[in-house]
Design a protein around this ligand. Structure first.
Ligand code: NAI
Ligand code: MG
Length: 514
């Protein structure tokens, strides 16, 4: 995308026209939003608020309460009361399922509205927000809604030989861990809230959510819908605020039993340290530098859109984005050219423009971070075959960029950029590409593009990554555990593993000869 020749680079075309938004969203943005604590919407203890900006224009679109430690204290206390109170703890599993389904229904009924709000807040395309974020979130709520009646333990065939003459029966039961603190990132705001809250509530926990300060809006709407669905007060609390204050207070809080986090590996390390104080259970879903691998038998033309989508989807702001493309020598030139052509053809535009194919990045900070990497790549001798520049506009746009002639020691090859930036490198054989793919501190995802069954089962076991896709990338599903090897995190989200990560196991051992 060339800013000088592309007509869409004109500032007016690149900014959302907010005069056209749905009345419900206009009303939502018009008044400062408050914190959800103990079933009520309240000001922050300090009375402070912070600005929310539209990434397509850098304009302030809303104000949100800036919660801090005192608010986290209140929210954790409310979550504790709700966890211990009869209404939630004694609710029958079938009733908990019904509540979760009711919330899923409410989200579905408001899906277009929520998608619009997400597009305005995050910068992503409203079409993608509706088709990906909302559709998947609803599926996850419904999938998790099915779990409360299925959280089974085991009967245990114990021998109990140590004290003679006794007779035992033993079994294990599952119990909710307790109060969960959830801290999330801004790339899929409603979806990440769902990934944390839905399994936690299905397990019978209570939650304090700290949304990302860049994108607090849809989580607050979700809070309204949870109240409407009829969740008891205190079961879901939402404290908007900054990471080092509200986030840190939640991570170290002695009243929190489990912390679940999605974000950078750097902050993930802080979360793990803070959790050690009271030995909280921890799930952290962190960064990635995921490889896409095109093998020599692949149909080069057919894979080009797939490997381009693997990096450019959601402006590259995807933890498992396919940001390193390794191509078998015989296809290298063709695929480099094809992916670069796709990058150049991507139409930049604001989220509310249904024809825009790529929106702005989430914040000016994120744009500056990505631009720093583009500078380092160019200075280090990498060749930009597409893009390479920011777009001169108030919004936070960056050109979709493809780099060839990269070395393994370059920051653009090693570090998570979290923007629309791809590095492409050729390889000779499976052993070499397995080594290149694993030459990273991360291990979130990887994809292999091939029709050769033998190669799939040779390479997939060698890849140190939580998800290996074949002939696809970024495919997520409510049933499929997602998470990282190595420094991409601890634990798994989605699927059975997510629900069980919010449960303790209790063994019950009964001596019936006594
Ligand atoms: P971040 O990791 O700083 O923020 C994520 C969440 O953590 C936010 O809710 C934030 O308020 C909170 N947080 C920040 N500092 C905290 C602290 N000391 N204690 C507790 N919570 C804290 O991510 P940021 O700054 O937005 O992005 C930086 C980089 O992180 C990106 O460029 C990208 O590489 C990576 N990232 C990765 C994500 C992923 O899904 N793997 C998501 C977002 C960012
Ligand atoms: Mg940060």
């Amino acid at each position: 995308m060339n800013a000088a020749t592309n007509p869409a680079s004109r500032t007016d075309v690149l900014a959302n026209d907010l005069s056209t938004i749905r009345p419900a969203n206009a009303a939502f943005l018009a008044t400062p939003r408050r914190l959800l604590i103990d079933g009520a919407w309240v000001e922050a203890a300090t009375g402070q608020t912070f600005e929310v900006r539209d990434p397509s224009s850098d304009r302030v679109i809303a104000r949100v309460a800036q919660g801090e430690r005192a608010d986290i204290d209140r929210a954790v206390a409310a979550a504790r009361r709700a966890f211990e109170g009869d209404e939630w703890s004694r609710m029958k599993p079938v009733e908990r399922e019904k509540l979760l389904h009711r919330l899923a229904d409410l989200i579905e009924a408001r899906a277009d509205e929520l998608a619009e709000l997400e597009a305005i807040d995050n910068g992503k395309s409203v079409v993608m927000a509706r088709h990906v974020d909302l559709k998947h979130a609803i599926e996850v709520w419904r999938y998790m809604a099915g779990w409360p009646t299925k959280l089974e333990g085991q009967t245990l065939p114990i021998s109990g030989t140590l004290v003679p003459g006794q007779e035992y029966v033993a079994f294990s039961q599952r119990e909710p861990i307790g109060v969960v603190g959830a801290i999330i990132a801004w790339n899929f705001p409603l979806l990440l809230a769902t990934w944390k809250i839905a399994p936690a509530l299905a397990a019978g926990c209570t939650v304090v959510l700290k949304p990302a300060e860049e994108t607090p809006l849809t989580a607050l709407r979700l809070g309204e819908l949870a109240l409407e669905a009829g969740f008891p007060k205190g079961v879901l609390n939402i404290v908007t605020g900054m990471g080092p204050t509200a986030g840190a207070a939640l991570a170290e809080h002695p009243g929190v039993d489990k912390i679940t986090f999605t974000g950078s590996t750097e902050v993930g390390r802080l979360i793990v340290r803070a959790a050690a104080g009271n030995m909280k259970k921890v799930t952290v879903e962190l960064g990635g530098k995921s490889p896409t691998i095109v093998l020599d038998d692949a149909d080069a033309e057919a894979v080009i859109p797939g490997v381009a989508g693997a990096i450019f989807f959601n402006q590259g702001q995807v933890c498992c984005a396919g940001s390193r493309l390794y191509v078998a020598q015989r296809h290298f030139e063709r695929i480099l050219e094809g992916v670069s052509a796709q990058a150049r053809a991507i139409k930049l535009g604001p989220g509310l423009d249904p024809n825009a194919q790529m929106g702005p990045l989430v914040s000016s900070t994120q744009r500056d971070r990505v631009m720093k990497y583009l500078g380092e790549g160019l200075e280090g001798g990498a060749r930009a075959t597409a893009g390479g520049r920011a777009v001169p506009a108030p919004g936070y746009y960056v050109e979709p960029t493809v780099f060839a002639d990269v070395r393994e020691d370059m920051s653009i090859v090693r570090e998570e950029i979290f923007g629309p930036v791809l590095v492409v490198k050729p390889f000779d054989d499976l052993a070499e590409v397995a080594r290149l793919a694993n030459d990273t501190v991360y291990g979130l995802g990887a994809s292999i593009w091939t029709r050769d069954v033998h190669k799939i089962f040779t390479l997939a076991p060698k890849l140190r990554a939580g998800t290996v896709w074949v002939n696809c990338h970024n495919v997520l599903d409510a049933t499929m555990p997602f998470g990282g090897y190595k420094q991409s995190g601890w634990g798994r989200e989605l699927g059975r593993e997510a629900v069980y990560s919010y449960l303790e196991s209790k063994s019950l051992c009964i001596n019936f000869a006594a």
